[in-house]
Design a protein around this ligand. Structure first.
Ligand code: FES
Length: 581
């Protein structure tokens, strides 16, 4: 049992980290103090107070975070009110929409940016502000490794989209209507008006995509204030949450409450359990594995499957369900959902407010049981994610069963192989493509090394000639990821990836492939001697970067089942505090 009655003010001011910069009566201390005065602060504004870094991923090119500049002011008010000293620090703003070739390429860079900023500066605690997909794991990975008191402030989902008076959701509905446009069932005018109504407030994607999943994971891990992840960005409760987060982090510094006291194996099991009840994004698997490794914990893929089998899907949110995050908030939000699965959670886990998870869930209830289902009326009786193994994925692959077509989960069909994304783009819509609705579409060279950065290409588009015949889903296999807002019978994260010589590299057109969800198998039905021959003939592709961050990434990134962290970042060695001279 973790201690819940923490001693308030465990530290004395001279034990603050920042005191090493501001306290000494030497020339170095003189320099640090005089430069604060240069900014306009008096000695009494910062001396002896918890110095709080507000790590802000605001950027003018990040639409999901464009309100975070303003929210940082609310955090500062909270920090001042609690007797702390706030410093806003910009962090690398990973924007899912614009950052190419893949924002995932840069998650580890944000993690490094966060960790090193916190390490090198005179700060005692941090409020981490993010939400757009990779920013949540990036900020948390860095903060975990630095292990200062830290609280996560999710940017919040945007309001529902609106199109022709109907609610529409990021990603999910865009893909759905794009397929209809390609099939010729909606007009160009319809398509244009969708563009005007799909994103109409600040905040991140309001489907159960990676952003909503990962902010929920932050809350389930105990790293946000209770209920924080469900509040829409445009709701007045959001600036109040920002203020409360600012107040609380000051107390956390006095209490010396660090991520290492909050994050343990039970906290990660709570996150996985919650993920399954949400039918969260498959990307959560990669990020949770990476976060756990930063804590010295190994999350093996079978654990996701084991938990998935005992957790019903209760969140009726697109792409697996019908509603959007705004509806989820009004229905009671994440606290209400977690209260429905209390018996499956480790309620003793400590959270950033100093209370146990179980205490934070007291009084929470769903007020709309169509959005947050009761246990006896789940959307699906088991979690939305399954892990597959087989000769095509020796280290595992992932499928979001809740967003797949049930009739395809037991399927054998001939492969149609695309060597890379360019090949897919060039041939997928050709009339002479040798494909039927029983074919299995295979995309190679889209993994961590091959993409590079494991882009979200895993929802391979249905070939145009099949779309026009009314086909809307097929079995698709790749070493890529898939947007959490995407859907379809897509086998993802095949590991090891084809670019690294994994068996996916040896698939050829018309090879039979078997997907057998009941047995959790993914197999290439080709004799072993033929596969051995292909393996011998395989030529390793040349790396996509020869210099710069890209080269570092290609040299050090690990495979999908290991969380795609850099090998040197996931080590659990102590990094020394900086010397100050
Ligand atoms: Fe930022 Fe979807 S684009 S969360």
């Amino acid at each position: 049992m973790l201690q819940l009655d923490r001693m308030h003010k465990k530290l004395r001011p001279e034990q603050f980290r920042s005191h090493r910069w501001f306290g000494p009566a030497d020339m170095q201390g003189f320099g640090c103090r005089s430069r604060m005065k240069q900014i306009g602060y008096r000695l009494e504004d910062f001396a002896g107070k918890p110095v709080i870094a507000i790590v802000n991923t605001w950027s003018e090119i990040n639409p999901c975070h464009y309100h975070l500049r303003e929210r940082a002011e609310a955090v500062k008010r909270g920090v001042w009110q609690a007797g702390g000293f706030p410093i806003e620090i910009p962090a690398f703003s990973i924007t899912e929409t614009y950052m190419k070739p893949s924002p995932m390429l840069y998650r580890n860079l944000l993690a490094m940016d966060t960790e090193e900023a916190l390490r090198s500066l005179p700060v005692d605690g941090a409020v981490l502000m993010g939400g757009c997909d990779k920013t949540t794991p990036g900020l948390l990975m860095g903060a975990i490794s630095m292990n200062l008191p830290a609280i996560y402030l999710p940017a919040g989902p945007m309001l529902r989209g609106n199109w022709n008076g109907k609610p529409v959701g990021s990603g999910t509905d865009v893909r759905k209507f794009w397929a209809e446009r390609c099939a010729g069932t909606i007009t160009e005018e319809d398509w244009q008006s969708l563009e005007d109504g799909i994103a109409r407030s600040p905040g991140f994607c309001m489907t159960m995509g990676t952003a909503s999943t990962m902010t929920a994971m932050a809350e389930a891990l105990g790293l946000t204030l209770p209920g924080a992840s469900s509040i829409p960005a445009a709701d007045a409760n959001h600036p109040r949450l920002a203020l409360s987060s600012g107040k609380r982090i000051v107390e956390m510094v006095w209490e010396d409450l660090k991520p290492s006291e909050i994050l343990n194996a039970h906290a990660f099991e709570n996150a996985i359990t919650t993920d399954m009840a949400l039918a969260g994004s498959t990307n959560a698997i990669i990020h949770l594995v990476a976060l756990a490794r930063r804590c010295g914990l190994q999350l093996e893929l079978p654990l996701f499957e084991k938990i998935s089998e005992r957790v019903p899907v209760l969140a009726n949110i697109r792409p697996s369900g019908a509603y959007l995050m705004e509806d989820f908030y009004y229905a009671g939000g994440l606290r209400a959902l977690m209260a429905q699965i209390r018996d499956l959670l480790h309620l003793e886990c400590l959270t950033v407010n100093g209370r146990a998870l179980g205490q934070n869930l007291e009084g929470a209830r769903a007020v709309n049981t169509d959005v947050i289902r009761a246990r006896d009326q789940p959307l699906a009786s088991t979690g939305g994610t399954a892990i597959l193994y087989g000769n095509l994925a020796p280290d595992g692959a992932v499928i979001k069963t809740s967003a797949a077509s049930p009739h395809l989960l037991q399927h054998t069909g001939p492969a149609v192989v695309f060597r890379n994304y360019q090949d897919l783009a060039a041939r997928n819509d050709r009339e002479d493509l040798d494909v039927t609705e029983d074919s299995v579409l295979v995309l190679q060279n889209a993994g961590p090394l091959g993409g590079p950065g494991m882009p979200e290409w895993g929802m391979l588009p249905i070939p145009k000639k099949l779309l026009q015949k009314g086909v809307r889903d097929m079995v698709r296999i790749s070493d890529a990821r898939m947007s959490g807002t995407a859907y379809g019978t897509c086998v993802l994260h095949v590991s090891p990836e084809s670019h690294a010589g994994g068996p996916l590299a040896f698939v050829r057109d018309r090879d039979p492939i078997s997907l057998d969800l009941a047995r959790h198998r993914l197999d290439l039905l080709v004799p072993e001697d033929e596969l051995a021959k292909r393996r011998e003939q395989w030529v390793k592709p040349s790396p996509k970067y020869e210099r710069g961050y890209g080269a570092l990434y290609l040299e050090r990134v690990m495979q999908a089942h290991q969380g795609c962290d850099f090998d040197f970042l996931s080590r659990c060695a102590e990094t020394a505090e900086p010397e100050i001279h």
